[in-house]
Write a protein that binds this ligand. Structure first.
Ligand code: ZN
Length: 249
């Protein structure tokens, strides 16, 4: 029963994640109006908003204007649904599960937005900081302070890395958003693990860049969505059982 509920929660929050992914970079409200077709602007009925199912039944097209609905929608819902179940197995029926699901969705939204628009919205970083304070309120003030120190170190590290990168490559290697994201990640996984996340994200970035090179898709001024890679590796480290990452420390 709890398993079913967590899947349901994951799927519905996936729908909400899609709303955030579409609206936040466009500076639209995430609460009103109700969801609409991005092409013909028609408001969607409840049966067009059922996660995954609606996409399948509508065969991936808008009911009226027949324009294609991005496969990103059901993919995001499927990912959040699957992870909600996974997190329930991991943390059990505890508040930690809810926080981990919220954090997972936050990082997913940041990853997709940075991937598509190369920005990391401030509102999401602030939401993450609040979530961090809630998370640590289950522990002690001492832990919250050490987490805050980790956040500051992670931001400072990224600030220096960005300045050095800009000097070497004579262009913007990272955005200001990456510095804020680094702080958020440091808050949740600590500075040491943050460094591991950066290292893994750099490897992902190099792989991505190499594939783009092979496919001849690199524009001269192209920037890597580093925030996307960093969000992905951070959430993996956050969820990984401690022994599996201790070897890379
Ligand atoms: Zn339409």
């Amino acid at each position: 029963m709890m398993l079913f509920l967590s899947a349901l929660l994951g799927l519905s929050l996936g729908s909400f994640a899609n709303v955030c992914i579409y609206r936040i970079p466009r500076k639209l409200s995430i609460v009103a109006p109700r969801s609409f077709c991005p092409n013909c602007q028609r408001s969607l009925a409840w049966y067009e908003l059922v996660p995954i199912l609606s996409f399948v039944l509508l065969k991936g097209r808008c009911r009226t204007c027949k324009s294609r609905i991005s496969v990103q929608y059901p993919l995001v819902e499927l990912t959040t649904g699957a992870f909600a179940v996974l997190l329930y197995f991991h943390f059990g029926a505890t508040p930690k599960t809810l926080i981990a699901i919220a954090l997972f969705i936050l990082f997913l939204v940041i990853a997709v937005i940075d991937w598509t628009s190369l920005i990391i919205p401030n509102s999401l970083v602030i939401a993450g900081l609040l979530l961090g304070v809630i998370d640590y309120s289950f522990f002690s003030v001492h832990m919250l302070l050490s987490a805050a120190l980790s956040a500051a170190l992670a931001s400072a590290f990224t600030f220096v890395a960005r300045a050095a990168g800009n000097q070497i490559f004579k262009k913007d290697t990272m955005g200001i958003g990456d510095i804020k994201l680094a702080g958020l990640i440091g808050l949740f996984i600590g500075f040491e693990h943050f460094l591991v996340a950066v290292w893994l994200a750099a490897i992902l970035g190099i792989i991505y860049w190499s594939i783009q090179r092979v496919l001849n898709r690199t524009a001269k001024d192209s920037r890597l969505p580093f925030g996307t890679f960093l969000s992905v590796t951070a959430i993996i480290i956050y969820l990984a059982p401690a022994p599996s990452i201790s070897f890379i420390r």
